[in-house]
Design a protein around this ligand. Structure first.
Ligand code: CA
Length: 636
């Protein structure tokens, strides 16, 4: 589509916007069919809108129990729905696959895709191939063993399931590909699942009839804990080519053998035809978390090339003959403390979609240069229902390691996959950054964490247009044509894995919002209200130093993932330093009794008791009292 182009991009204006009514991370890629836009929001809710006006047609809330928010490793996000015939399909954060009638929004059926009630969460979009709905899930850090399943789109019957890692070796293998995988594991990995979850990347080549699946990291992260006598741990951090008719493995390529850093290969897989060394090749491209950009032959799985697209200190390069990364000393860590290693567990690139411009042979990558703090957890003791990555330091050690770490930097990187080198790159003012869209008129669209939609010239990265929407954008823009007019849409909403609200938006709060633009439209961008911060004085400090210290340890084990390190909020989930007297009075009822479950605050009564809940409160109160007025003002 070339109607919107570099000459007229300045005339792009807002046609309509729509509020999802849901807070936290919005990661969805909307679909537009027959003039209707289908998108998903937090809690796996599907919204159908008139794509011309944004008028709501129906909303389907699959009723995910809000207390399960605790089981979602990376917020209760959803990356999109799938369409087949007259139905919409969505995976839910409690592990169901739901079929919805797209004419009226009624649920036709829903099936539980989980096995043994383990905490499998679905955040990725299903894909549908020849009447089969393909769906994976997440949850490696919460005890999951990875698999991908195919369901009959009509009936919801399970057609096949491919387990990505072996289970208990005393039991029969579920399929023959696991005969290849089993000898590459040591230790007792199956007791905490092993990982290898299929939480996002699925792609299909109809000509080759191959389904490409990206698999996740090992769990726990450290291979010293997971598989102490070594091994590649197939099929962790791998790209798998499956026959979608029966789920048989055709070929595999492992990006990070013996994964030790949460380097998933679940980043989406892009199919393209490229001329390499004078020969046309059907390739598959991926920029997984590990910092290397891969080009593989997608018919055979043959390794073609890989080079650094982001800072990587765990490996020097990928050996061009073996296709294996060459690990180096700076990627080694142990239980003696925290070691900064690039990339972090957020990856050089994460789920945020990349885009391809076949005129220029550029891939546009939302890139992140950020070091992670890695350790082998002392006294590792996995518990049900919390993050068991095996990477926990004491709060003081973690704080000290973080203080040493350089500020993360986010970029829009235009990558040449043939030369395997950057074409150009733009550094953003803040991190994180959103998915990308490339159009035929040589424009690149990208949203930013500080709430801007930016438009760049595809050739050189020159900024051509910019709109401030005051809500962080993580999701990728899309484009579509209706009645001969080209539209651009993007969903804004901050949250998701490791996201901190940039300073400039920390006093703002809004539910997710869809923005749809076209040439000549001129609606004003709706204002975003300031966050309501109660004007309160924290209660008096209480508890013995030992209780406060114990509260600090417990806070960092159970609370910090959502409420932020050192009881300072990420700017998205409630800042506990601003807890009202009512919250303090009802503390145990909230933490243990599930009083705020409807808001997504889970009960923790299975892992902590009343005294421990009060110890956590004593730590939060102490933190609130030691935060200066000025800090409270800026740290909303
Ligand atoms: Ca992970």
């Amino acid at each position: 589509m070339q109607q919107i182009n570099p000459a007229n991009i300045g005339e792009l204006g807002l046609a309509w916007s729509y509020d999802t009514g849901q807070y936290r991370g919005h990661e969805t890629t909307p679909l537009v069919v027959d003039g209707v836009m289908y998108l998903t929001s937090t809690w796996s809710i599907v919204h159908a809108l008139d794509a011309r006006t944004g008028k709501i047609l129906w909303v389907n809330d699959p009723g995910t129990p809000r207390e399960l928010g605790r089981m979602a490793c990376c917020d209760v996000v959803n990356r999109g729905a799938a369409l087949w015939g007259d139905s919409v399909y969505v995976g839910t954060v409690d592990g169901r696959l739901v079929r919805i009638d797209r004419t009226n929004g009624e649920t036709v059926w829903n099936v539980d895709t989980r096995v043994n009630n383990i905490h499998y969460t679905i955040t990725g979009a299903p894909r549908i191939i020849k009447g089969k709905v393909i769906i994976g899930n997440g949850g490696a850090e919460l005890g999951a063993r990875g698999y991908v399943s195919a369901y009959d789109a009509e009936t919801g019957d399970l057609e096949w399931r491919f387990w990505t890692v072996p289970g208990d070796p005393s039991l029969p293998l579920e399929h023959s590909a696991l005969e290849t995988a089993l000898p590459t594991w040591t230790g007792e990995w199956w007791k905490v699942g092993g990982g290898g979850t299929v939480w996002d990347a699925l792609a299909y080549d109809p000509e080759l009839n191959l389904l490409y699946v990206g698999t996740g990291n090992g769990a726990p992260w450290s291979r010293a804990l997971r598989s102490p006598d070594g091994g590649d741990n197939l099929f962790l951090s791998s790209i798998l080519a499956l026959n979608p008719d029966n789920g048989d493995l055709v070929w595999y390529y492992q990006t990070t053998p013996g994964d030790n850093w949460d380097y998933t290969a679940t980043q989406h897989i892009m199919l393209a035809d490229l001329v390499i060394d004078g020969t046309p090749r059907k390739v598959l491209m991926q920029a997984p978390k590990n910092g290397f950009f891969y080009v593989l032959d997608r018919a055979t799985g043959e390794f073609i090339s890989a080079e650094n697209y982001a800072l990587a200190t765990w490996a020097s390069h990928v050996d061009p003959v073996t296709g294996r990364p060459v690990e180096i000393e700076s990627g080694v860590y142990d239980s003696s403390g925290g070691v900064p290693i690039f990339p972090s567990a957020l990856g050089g690139h994460n789920w945020h979609p990349m885009a391809f411009n076949p005129n220029l042979n550029h891939v546009y990558i939302p890139k992140l240069d950020m070091a992670g703090i890695y350790t082998v957890e002392r006294d590792y003791n996995p518990e049900t229902g919390i993050n068991n990555s095996g990477n926990r330091l004491s709060p003081d050690e973690f704080g000290a390691a973080m203080a040493m770490r350089a500020e993360p930097k986010a970029y829009l990187l235009a990558w040449d996959p043939i030369k395997q080198q950057p074409a150009w790159e733009i550094e953003h003012a803040t991190w994180p950054n959103g998915g990308t869209l490339a159009t035929a008129s040589n424009l690149v669209f990208q949203g930013t964490g500080d709430g801007h939609l930016k438009v760049f010239a595809a050739e050189d990265g020159k900024i051509l247009h910019e709109v401030s929407v005051e809500i962080g954008i993580m999701a990728p823009p899309i484009t579509f044509t209706l009645d001969g007019e080209q539209y651009i849409s993007v969903v804004a909403g901050s949250g998701g894995a490791g996201v901190r609200q940039p300073e400039v938006l920390r006093h703002k709060q809004n539910t997710g919002r869809v923005f749809t633009f076209k040439l000549g439209a001129n609606k004003p961008i709706p204002a975003v209200a300031d966050k309501a911060i109660p004007d309160i004085t924290p209660p008096q400090n209480f508890g013995t130093p030992m209780q406060v210290e114990s509260g600090k340890q417990l806070y960092h084990r159970y609370c910090s993932r959502c409420h932020g390190g050192s009881a300072t909020s990420n700017g998205i989930i409630r800042d506990l330093r601003h807890a009202t007297p009512t919250i303090h009075e009802n503390w145990n009822n909230i933490v243990l009794g599930g009083m705020f479950e409807a808001l997504g605050m889970a009960s923790f009564d299975d892992v902590i008791d009343e005294d421990q809940a009060q110890a956590i409160r004593s730590y939060v109160v102490k933190t609130a009292n030691s935060t200066s007025e000025a800090e409270v003002q800026t740290a909303h």
